[in-house]
Design a protein around this ligand. Structure first.
Ligand code: PXL
Length: 277
């Protein structure tokens, strides 16, 4: 059996089912050894809790990277999500340059915005710096809001094929080799992901649940990374991640008190089955 070791860089939200606390179990379920670099530690995620703590770990990163280098450690892939500061983005770029095995892959989820708005705590300088990481990305996984912010194209609630095509072309112009654009919906009860290799796009559509859930972008990016690094094609991995994310949402719909995330654990057996199928 092929064995893969990757690094993921994102925050630890101690409570809230997002970022590292979903990435690690999902990547493990896909069979990947997953090393972590926490970008920040928060008591909860920032999407609905009040008074959360935030410890930025930016200045720990250079020494951690140097130690790994001294130990001769290198990764087959680096997958980034929510980062702790604008300055940290430079350190992450340095990790891309120095910590990847030859032929190693870079997966960037520019986790910073949704529904037309930046998450609390991010600003224009962060968006600018994130454009630099897009240049390095073998796969970039934005939602439509993030794609708009990265490209300067105005956000629209409804989209058509010409609009999606303009976003994809502009993301390619930033330097991303492949783009998986999430939340692409042309009809009321259908949504999907657009898998774009820089020239050609394939659309995978599925049922749309008319309710927003926290952490689903992180779940999607983690399942995509797990399936892709395990050897699935870009399209297969994008489809597996979409089916898994939808299943996680379905497991949560009957519990209105569970507003802060989705019950991704209950759908892990489905993910394991799809990745090993
Ligand atoms: O799910 C993205 C995410 C990750 N990490 C933190 C967040 C959010 C979204 O709000 O607040 C800390």
């Amino acid at each position: 059996m092929a064995y893969h070791r990757i690094l993921t860089i994102q925050d630890i939200s101690c409570v809230g089912q997002c970022s590292m606390t979903v990435a690690l179990p999902i990547l493990s379920a896909c069979g990947l050894e997953t090393c972590i670099l926490p970008s920040a530690v928060l008591s909860t995620h920032t999407g609905g809790f009040k008074g959360y703590t935030f410890r930025d770990l930016t200045e720990d990163i250079p020494a951690i990277r140097r130690h790994w280098q001294q130990e001769g450690i290198a990764f087959e892939a680096v997958y980034t999500g929510y980062l702790g500061s604008t300055k940290q983005i430079d350190y992450v770029a340095e990790i891309f340059r120095t910590m990847l095995q030859s032929g190693g892959k870079i997966i960037v989820d520019p986790a910073m915005a949704d529904n037309g708005k930046l998450y609390v705590g991010f600003d224009e300088a962060y968006v600018e710096a994130m454009k630099g990481l897009c240049r390095d990305a073998d796969v970039l996984l934005p939602n439509i809001t993030e794609a708009c912010m990265l490209t300067g194209i105005p956000y629209r609630e409804t989209c058509d094929e010409a609009y999606i095509d303009s976003l994809l072309q502009a993301l390619t112009a930033l330097g991303a080799r492949n783009v998986i654009l999430t939340g692409v919906s042309y009809q009321e009860d259908v949504t999907g992901v657009l898998v774009w290799d820089g020239q050609n796009g394939s659309y995978y559509r599925h049922r749309k649940i008319p309710q927003l859930f926290h952490g689903t972008g992180d779940i999607y990016a983690s399942a995509f990374t797990g399936a892709w690094i395990s050897g699935r094609t870009l399209y297969e991995a994008a489809k597996i991640a979409a089916d898994y994310t939808l299943a996680c949402i379905e497991k949560t719909l009957d519990d209105p008190d569970h507003w802060y995330g989705v019950k991704f654990e209950a759908a892990l057996p489905l993910l394991v089955g799809m990745v090993n199928d």
